[in-house]
Design a protein around this ligand. Structure first.
Ligand code: HEC
Ligand code: HEC
Ligand code: HEC
Ligand code: HEC
Ligand code: HEC
Ligand code: HEC
Ligand code: HEC
Length: 384
C-alpha cells in the first residue's frame, strides 16, 4: 500500500490551495453575498460611546448571571435556535448524528465514515486514505448542523474547513453541505471540506458565537452561541447596579437612543441587510433571498409606510423561538395594524381575520437546506 498520510498531504498541498483559492471567496452560508468587515455588536458600540456611566468598562458575565432576575427570558432563550448555534463537535447531541453513519458524496470525494471522541468528530475516506482520520472541532447550527475545522495555513496562518457533509433537518439527514464549491478542489484537505479564509472565516464564527477570536487553530475567549450579551452587550455593570438597586439605570435596549433602526441593524448584522446582497439580486428578488428576512421586510409596504413602528420584535419576541410561537399569535400581530374597521390601516378584502401568513408571507424550501424560510417581503403576491 502506498497511501500518503493525510496530514503530510494536507501541509504540502494546502500551500497550493491558499494561492489558487485567493480569488473572490464566498461564505458557504451565503453563496452570493458581498463581504463585510467584522464589527462588534451594535449595542456594544453604543455602550462604548455612552457617557451615562463613567464606571468601569463593562465585561461579559455569561447568560447564567441573568437567570436570577430574568428567569422567563432565560428559559425561553434556552429553547431558541440562538442558544445552540455553535457547539463542540464532541457534544453527544452532535456526535450521535454522525457517528456510525456513512455518506457517499460521489466523485471526487467518496464515502465518508465517522467516529468521535472528546476532541471532536473524525471523518474517514477509506478508499483514499485508509484509517487516517480528519478531525472536525466545531459544529454550527441548531436544526441543520455543519462541521468546521481550523487548520494551519502557511500563507494566511489559519484556514477554516467546512465539512462537505451536513446533518440536514429533513428526511434523509446526512446530505451535501449547501453552497460548496467543487471546482477549486486541489488538495487532500479539500476532499474533506470547503476552505474559508480571512474575513469570511472570522465572520463565520462571529455570527454564531457571543465572544471569541480565531487565534491559530483555536478560538480564544470563546463564549459559544448567540447569547444575551451578544445582543445586549457586556452586562457586568448592569448586574452590579441591579444588585445595588431595584431600579437600575437604563441598559442596552432600554436606552433612549435605542430605536427601530438600532434593532434592524442588530438583527440584520447576522440575518443580512440589503448591503449584503448584490444589486442584481435586490432587483430580481430570487427565492433564496427569503433566507435574509431583513432584506424582505425593509421593502414591505408594512415597513415603508409605518414610520418606524414596524420592526422585528413587533412579530418576534427576540427571546422566544418561532417553534414556540403559535399561528394565532402571528395572525394577531398582523391584525394589530390591519383591523377591519380601522381608519389608519387597510384590512384584507379576502380574509380579514385569518390565514395571513400562508398568503402574504409563504414559506420557501431552499435547495439542500432542511429548514424553510418565510418571505418577509409582505405583499399581495402574483401567485395568490
Ligand atoms: C450574532 C448573530 C445573530 C444576531 C445578532 C441575531 N441572530 Fe437570529 N439567528 C442567528 C443564527 C446563527 C441563527 C440560526 C440558529 C440555528 O438554528 O442554528 C438564528 C436564528 C434565528 C431565528 C430562528 C430560530 C428560532 O429558534 O426561532 C429567529 C426567529 C431569529 N434568529 C430572529 C432574530 C432576531 C429577531 C434578531 C434581532 C433581535 C436576531 N435574530 C439577531 C444569528 C443571529
Ligand atoms: C453574516 C452572518 C453569518 C455568517 C457569516 C455565517 N452564518 Fe450561518 N447562519 C446565520 C444565520 C442568521 C442563520 C439562520 C438563518 C439561516 O439559516 O440562514 C445561520 C444558519 C446556519 C446554519 C443552519 C442552522 C439551522 O438550524 O438550520 C448552519 C449549519 C450555519 N449557519 C453554518 C455556517 C457556517 C459553517 C458558516 C461559515 C462558513 C456560516 N454559517 C456563516 C448567520 C451567519
Ligand atoms: C437576538 C438578540 C437578543 C438576545 C440573544 C437576547 N435579547 Fe433580550 N432583548 C432583545 C431586544 C431586541 C429587546 C427589546 C425588545 C423590544 O423592544 O420589545 C430585548 C429585551 C430584553 C429585556 C427587556 C424586555 C423584557 O423582555 O423583559 C430584557 C430583561 C432582556 N431582553 C433580557 C435578556 C436576557 C436575560 C437574555 C438571555 C437569556 C436576552 N435578553 C437575550 C434582544 C435579545
Ligand atoms: C440582580 C438582578 C438583575 C440581574 C442579575 C440582571 N438584571 Fe437585567 N434588569 C434588572 C432590573 C431590575 C431591570 C429593570 C426592570 C426590568 O425591565 O425588569 C433590568 C432590565 C434589563 C434590561 C432592559 C433594559 C432596560 O433599561 O429596561 C435588559 C436588556 C437586561 N436587564 C438584560 C440583562 C442581562 C443580559 C442580564 C445577564 C447578563 C441581566 N439583565 C441581569 C435586574 C437584573
Ligand atoms: C405596524 C403595523 C403593521 C403590521 C404589524 C403589519 N402591517 Fe401590513 N401594512 C402596514 C401599512 C402601514 C401598510 C400600507 C397600507 C396601509 O396603510 O394599511 C401595509 C400594507 C400591507 C399589505 C399590502 C401591501 C402592498 O404591497 O400593497 C399587505 C398584504 C399587508 N400589509 C399584510 C400584512 C400581514 C400579512 C401582516 C402580518 C404578517 C402585516 N401586514 C403586519 C402596516 C402593518
Ligand atoms: C410582520 C411580522 C414579522 C416581522 C416584522 C418579522 N417577522 Fe420574522 N417571521 C414572521 C413569521 C410569521 C415567521 C414564521 C414563523 C413560523 O415559522 O411559525 C417568521 C420567521 C422568521 C425566521 C425563521 C426562518 C423563517 O424565515 O421562517 C427568522 C430568522 C425571522 N423571522 C427573522 C426576522 C427578522 C430578523 C426580522 C426583522 C428584520 C423579522 N423576522 C421581522 C413574521 C415577522
Ligand atoms: C387566501 C389568501 C389570503 C389570506 C388568508 C389573507 N389574504 Fe390578505 N389579500 C389576499 C389577496 C388576494 C389580496 C388582494 C385583494 C385585491 O386586491 O382585491 C389581499 C389584500 C390584502 C391587503 C391589502 C388591502 C388593500 O386594500 O390594499 C392587506 C392589508 C391584507 N391582505 C392583509 C391580510 C391580513 C392581515 C390577513 C390575515 C388576517 C390576510 N390578508 C389574509 C389574500 C389573502
Amino acid at each position: 500500500m502506498n497511501r500518503p498520510p493525510v496530514a503530510a498531504a494536507i501541509v504540502v498541498l494546502i500551500v497550493i490551495g491558499s494561492v489558487v483559492a485567493s480569488g473572490p471567496r464566498e461564505s458557504g452560508d451565503a453563496p452570493t453575498t458581498q463581504r463585510q468587515s467584522v464589527s462588534p455588536p451594535l449595542v456594544t458600540q453604543l455602550a462604548q460611546v455612552s457617557v451615562a456611566e463613567p464606571a468601569a468598562q463593562p465585561t461579559f458575565v455569561g447568560r447564567q448571571a441573568c437567570l436570577e432576575c430574568h428567569p422567563d427570558n432565560y428559559r425561553m432563550h434556552g429553547h431558541h435556535g440562538h442558544a445552540t448555534t455553535f457547539r463542540s463537535a464532541s457534544d453527544p447531541d452532535v456526535a450521535d448524528k454522525f457517528v456510525g453513519k456513512s455518506f457517499d458524496a460521489g466523485e471526487p470525494f467518496g464515502t465518508y465514515t465517522y467516529h468521535s471522541d472528546d476532541q471532536g468528530i473524525f471523518a474517514r475516506l477509506r478508499e483514499k486514505f485508509g484509517d487516517q482520520p480528519f478531525r472536525f472541532q466545531f459544529a454550527l447550527g441548531h436544526k441543520s448542523i455543519t462541521l468546521l475545522s481550523l487548520l494551519p495555513d502557511p500563507v494566511e496562518g489559519t484556514v477554516g474547513l467546512e465539512h462537505r457533509v451536513s446533518w440536514i433537518d429533513g428526511p434523509d439527514h446526512l446530505g451535501k453541505t449547501p453552497g460548496q464549491r467543487d471546482e477549486t478542489l486541489i488538495n487532500a484537505a479539500q476532499l474533506f471540506g470547503n476552505p474559508h479564509h480571512g474575513k469570511v472565516m472570522h465572520k463565520c464564527v462571529y455570527c454564531h458565537v457571543t465572544t471569541g477570536e480565531i487565534v491559530g487553530q483555536e478560538i480564544k475567549n470563546l463564549t459559544p452561541n448567540v447569547n444575551c450579551e451578544k445582543c445586549h452587550g457586556p452586562a457586568s455593570e448592569h448586574v452590579r447596579l441591579a444588585k445595588a438597586s431595584k431600579t437600575p439605570p437604563p441598559f442596552s435596549v432600554g436606552r433612549s437612543d435605542w430605536d427601530t433602526e438600532s434593532e434592524i441593524q442588530l438583527c440584520g448584522d447576522c440575518h443580512r441587510l440589503p448591503k449584503d446582497v448584490s444589486q442584481k439580486q435586490l432587483r430580481d428578488y430570487p427565492d433564496l433571498l427569503t433566507r435574509f428576512q431583513p432584506v424582505g421586510l425593509l421593502r414591505s409596504e408594512c415597513f415603508v409606510q409605518s414610520e418606524g413602528k414596524l420592526k422585528c420584535t413587533t412579530c418576534h419576541n427576540p427571546h422566544q423561538s418561532v417553534s414556540e410561537t403559535t399561528a394565532a399569535i402571528q395572525v394577531q400581530n398582523c391584525v394589530a395594524c390591519h383591523q377591519q374597521d380601522s381608519q389608519s390601516h387597510v384590512a384584507c378584502p379576502v380574509s380579514p381575520t385569518d390565514g395571513c401568513i400562508d398568503c402574504h408571507m409563504p414559506a420557501f424550501q431552499l435547495d439542500g437546506l432542511g429548514t424553510s424560510f418565510h418571505d418577509h417581503w409582505i405583499r399581495v403576491r402574483d401567485d395568490q
